[in-house]
Write a protein that binds this ligand. Structure first.
Ligand code: ZN
Ligand code: ZN
Length: 251
C-alpha cells in the first residue's frame, strides 16, 4: 500500500491510501477546486478515487465532500452522527466504529475517538498484514484507541499544539480550553505520550499531521520527540498544510 496527504491542518485535511486499483480518500477538507488540483499534484484524478471515508463533520475535513461526491458519484462513508451533521450527501454510506470496510486488498477499520464532533471516527488501514494508523482530531487517547493503534507499522499522527505556545498565544481562553480539552486536539506532549504507550519506534514511518500554524512549530515537536527517537527524530515527516506529503510506500 502507499499513502500520501493532500494537506493537513486547520485549513483542510485529506489523506490518500492506495492499493492496486483502489484509492481511498480519508476526509475531503479542501474545496472542490483545491481538491482536484491537489489530487493532480499527487498524480491522481477525481475519477481515481474509489471512496471517501470521513472522520467527522468539521469543515477542515468535509469542505469538498458534497460537491466531489455529487460530481463523481463517489460513495462517502461516515458514521450516523457525521451524516446527521452534514445532511445532504446523496451518496452517503453509513458505518459504525469498529466496522471493517474493504476496498480491494485494503481494509479500513473505523475507531471511535474523543473529539467535539457528533460521532468522530478515525481509521486504521490494513493491507497484506501491514497497518497504517491515521489519527488526528482527538482530545485524548482512551484505552480502546491505544488498543486499536497498537502494532501499527506506520502512523499519520496529530501533534497539534505546544502547551506553552497555546498558553502564551492570543486565542480567547474559551478557545484555548476547547483545543486543550478532552474534545480537542493532541498536544505535542500527548502525541509523544501516545507514541510511547504504543511502543512506536519508527520515526521514518511517522508523519506528523494537523500541526497548528499559530500554536506550534516544527522545532518544538522535533526537540520534544528527540527524547523518544534520539537523532533519528530527523527521519520524521511533517505533513504540510500547503503542500501535503508525497507518496510513501508501506510494504
Ligand atoms: Zn481538524
Ligand atoms: Zn475536528
Amino acid at each position: 500500500m502507499r499513502y500520501a496527504s493532500l494537506g493537513s491542518g486547520s485549513k483542510g485535511n485529506a489523506t490518500l491510501v492506495e492499493s492496486g486499483d483502489s484509492c481511498v480518500m480519508i476526509d475531503c477538507g479542501f474545496n472542490h477546486k483545491q481538491t482536484v488540483s491537489r489530487l493532480q499534484q499527487a498524480g491522481k484524478t477525481a475519477e481515481d478515487i474509489t471512496a471517501i471515508c470521513l472522520t467527522h463533520e468539521h469543515g477542515d475535513h468535509v469542505a469538498g465532500a458534497k460537491l466531489f461526491s455529487k460530481r463523481y458519484g463517489t460513495p462517502v462513508y461516515m458514521t450516523k452522527g457525521t451524516a446527521e451533521a452534514l445532511k445532504d450527501i446523496a451518496t452517503q454510506v453509513l458505518i459504525e466504529a469498529g466496522e471493517v470496510l474493504c476496498f480491494g486488498e485494503m481494509a479500513l477499520t473505523g475507531v471511535a475517538v474523543s473529539h467535539d464532533a457528533r460521532e468522530p471516527c478515525q481509521y486504521v488501514v490494513e493491507e497484506k498484514g501491514k497497518r497504517l494508523g491515521v489519527l488526528t482530531d482527538i482530545g485524548f487517547a482512551c484505552e480502546a484507541v491505544l488498543k486499536a493503534y497498537q502494532g501499527c507499522d506506520a502512523l499519520i499522527l496529530e501533534a497539534n499544539y505546544d502547551d506553552a505556545l497555546l498558553e502564551e498565544g492570543y486565542y480567547p481562553e474559551s478557545v484555548k480550553a476547547r483545543i486543550a480539552g478532552d474534545g480537542g486536539h493532541l498536544s505535542n506532549e500527548q502525541s509523544l505520550g501516545l507514541l510511547k504507550a504504543l511502543g512506536f519506534n519508527k520515526p521514518h514511518a511517522l508523519s506528523i499531521a494537523h500541526v497548528s500554524e499559530k500554536n506550534n512549530c516544527r522545532e518544538a515537536i522535533i526537540s520534544l520527540f528527540r527524547q523518544h527517537f534520539g537523532e533519528d527524530v530527523e527521519k520524521m515527516d511533517f505533513i504540510c498544510q500547503q503542500n501535503g506529503m508525497q507518496w510513501r510506500t508501506l510494504a
